[in-house]
Design a protein around this ligand. Structure first.
Ligand code: FPP
Length: 288
């Protein structure tokens, strides 16, 4: 998406991309467009609570959550996020929720893919999936493949839906895949295991690791989501329930992300520029 209008005020203010609404534009102006997270991952949570507060069945929360998906995906594409990954449902959801709820989610997914395809294409969004797809109903797999193929030539935001996904299963699948690859390439004595090899065998091998993970509804858990890939991600938890979440909330999360200093286990800039806080010999004294 191409930015077309300028924000008012000082010259450093960000150019606002076309298509953002008034609220989104206001928040966007607080951002540094040069430091957007490349990959944002979202744990969409709180659909059931949203429905319960309205005395509605749980599935009404899931249905309302589709509008949140639409708004978030479009905003991500408009501001130029390289990759957006949404935790739509976990392996645990799939195995532990009532069949009626799982069936509803499957039908909702099918309808979403059909209804959203023109918008995904219009916004140049490429659709991908992670999770054990082969365990999903065949008609859903076919619809998923059709939608993936129909967006395969798009070059903008990569939208990845995590469906029947579990990070632990993904690691198990990665280790199996490494062993298979080694046995095809001359046997297990050729098995090389290091961090790059593990990453190459994950479902997300074509994506950068997420810089920011957002969880809605105030829960402070990762719930078996991208455990390897989130090692250095910034975590942003918002009390907003998923059906109330919109593009502006995504931008608020990015504002918060830009306030953080990412250290990857190192020191922050001021500690480095001021040198070792303990003069020579001080550290030894502190150990006595
Ligand atoms: C978690 O809320 C949400 C889910 C298990 C399903 C997410 C599905 C959608 C947002 C809609 C469909 C998605 C797509 C991509 C079409 P919960 O039910 O665990 O909520 P609770 O914790 O309040 O009970």
């Amino acid at each position: 998406m191409v930015a077309s209008t300028f924000g008012r005020g000082n010259a450093l203010q960000a150019r606002v991309p076309a298509g953002l609404d008034r609220k989104e534009s206001e928040i966007y102006r607080k951002l540094d467009p040069a430091r957007l997270p490349r990959h944002v991952a979202i744990i969409m949570d709180g659909n059931g609570r949203w429905a319960k507060r309205r005395h509605l069945p749980r599935v009404a929360g899931h249905r309302a959550g589709v509008s949140s998906v639409r708004s978030t995906v479009e905003t991500a594409a408009r501001v130029g996020i390289h990759a957006l990954t949404l935790y739509a449902f976990s392996e645990e959801n799939w195995k532990k929720r009532p069949k009626s709820e799982v069936d509803f989610l499957m039908r909702l997914l099918g309808r979403y893919l059909k209804a959203e395809l023109p918008t995904l294409n219009k916004n140049n969004i490429r659709l991908e999936y992670i999770g054990r797809q082969h365990e999903l109903p065949e008609d859903v797999q076919e619809r998923m493949e059709w939608a993936r193929e129909s967006t395969a030539r798009n070059t903008g935001t990569i939208l990845t839906l995590a469906l029947n996904y579990s990070a632990r299963s993904e690691l198990v699948d990665a280790f199996r895949s490494m062993v298979n690859a080694a046995s095809l390439n001359g046997g297990l004595e050729h098995l090389r295991i290091d961090e790059d090899t593990v990453s190459e065998h994950l479902y997300t091998s074509d994506l950068p690791d997420p810089d920011l993970v957002i969880r809605t509804s105030g829960e402070m858990r990762l719930s078996n989501f991208l455990l390897w890939q989130l090692a250095y991600a910034e975590i942003y938890v918002t009390p907003t329930l998923w059906p109330d979440f919109r593009g502006m909330h995504l931008l608020e999360g990015i504002v918060e992300y830009q306030k953080r200093e990412r250290r990857y286990g190192g020191l922050n800039h001021s500690d480095i520029s001021h040198g070792d806080p303990h003069p020579r010999g001080e550290a030894e004294k502190l150990l006595k």
